[in-house]
Design a protein around this ligand. Structure first.
Ligand code: KIV
Length: 270
């Protein structure tokens, strides 16, 4: 079997450390968002547990379940062609014991055909990371502002500003690389720390609210496209005002319905 020669694989993703342009990763949650990300040629798609915020209306990612991740991962997996597919493990699916972590990671890979799973946290999570990697499932790490730790952090706050905290995150980065991650997301950390970790570790770092020094960047689909009303976090650059455009289109259609100009003759059947 030769497969899709253009397909991004875990080894190809890793080889991009320090080579070529920065890696591009975008979240996607269903068939339309995956088709658009693929058509734009992103390197990797993340089925993020941010779906709890942007799709399900939760205030945090903590309520997101394995069933919800599996449902969205399955749909993304059907539309994904070339990009590396990474699925987030939801809170408590890899915190209890390594055997359960492996079973949950395998379920997400089975339903979606994903290339890898992503887990948040440093030294506390190395047993889970080792067990999942031992079961032949590649793992992407996630350090810094880890949204599943929102209760411990007391909110969504930049991590690693104080020297001791920065040192702890650097040690966490070394520990998860030693445990076998093939890449890691660095979220909400100062540029100096992102640059240091990117220089320290042998795997690609993917930044979000981190720094251009990272080996790649990731954004949430709905943030990038302005799909939700209200302000965005500082680290987001909006490339569209999609919410406003949708509202305008829906208003035009509503007006046409109310004026009986929709549907027109060529929009109805004989
Ligand atoms: O859930 C998510 O979308 C993420 C990215 C923000 C990295 O973890």
């Amino acid at each position: 079997m030769t497969g899709n020669s253009r397909k991004m694989t875990v080894p190809r993703f890793q080889q991009r450390k320090g080579e070529g342009p920065p890696l591009v990763m975008l979240t996607a949650y269903d068939v339309p968002t995956t088709l658009a990300a693929e058509a734009a040629g992103v390197d990797a798609i993340l089925v993020g547990d941010s779906l709890g915020n942007v799709l399900l209306g939760h205030e945090s990612t903590l309520p997101v379940t394995m069933d919800e991740m599996a449902l969205h991962a399955r749909s993304v997996g059907r539309a994904r062609k070339s990009a590396l597919l990474v699925v987030d493990m939801p809170w408590l699916s890899y915190h209890i014991d390594p055997r359960e972590s492996v079973r949950n990671a395998a379920q997400l890979v089975r339903v979606s055909g994903a290339d890898a799973v992503k887990v948040e946290g440093g030294r506390k999570r190395v047993d889970a990371i080792r067990a999942i990697v031992d079961a032949e499932i590649p793992v992407m790490g996630h350090l810094g502002l880890t949204p599943q730790s929102v209760l411990q952090m007391g909110g969504y706050k930049v991590q690693g500003r104080a020297a001791a905290e920065a040192e702890r995150i650097r040690e966490d980065a070394e520990a998860i690389v030693e445990a076998g991650v093939f890449s890691m997301v660095l979220e909400g950390v100062p540029p100096k720390l992102a640059k240091q970790i990117t220089g320290d570790v042998s795997v690609p770092t993917i930044g979000i609210g981190a720094s251009p020094a990272c080996d790649g960047q990731v954004l949430v689909y709905h943030d990038l496209l302005g799909m939700l009303p209200g302000p965005s976090p500082k680290f987001v650059r909006r490339y569209d005002e999609s919410f406003d455009r949708h509202v305008k289109a829906i208003k035009r259609w509503s007006d046409d319905v109310r004026e009986r100009s929709f549907p027109a003759t060529d929009e109805t059947y004989e």
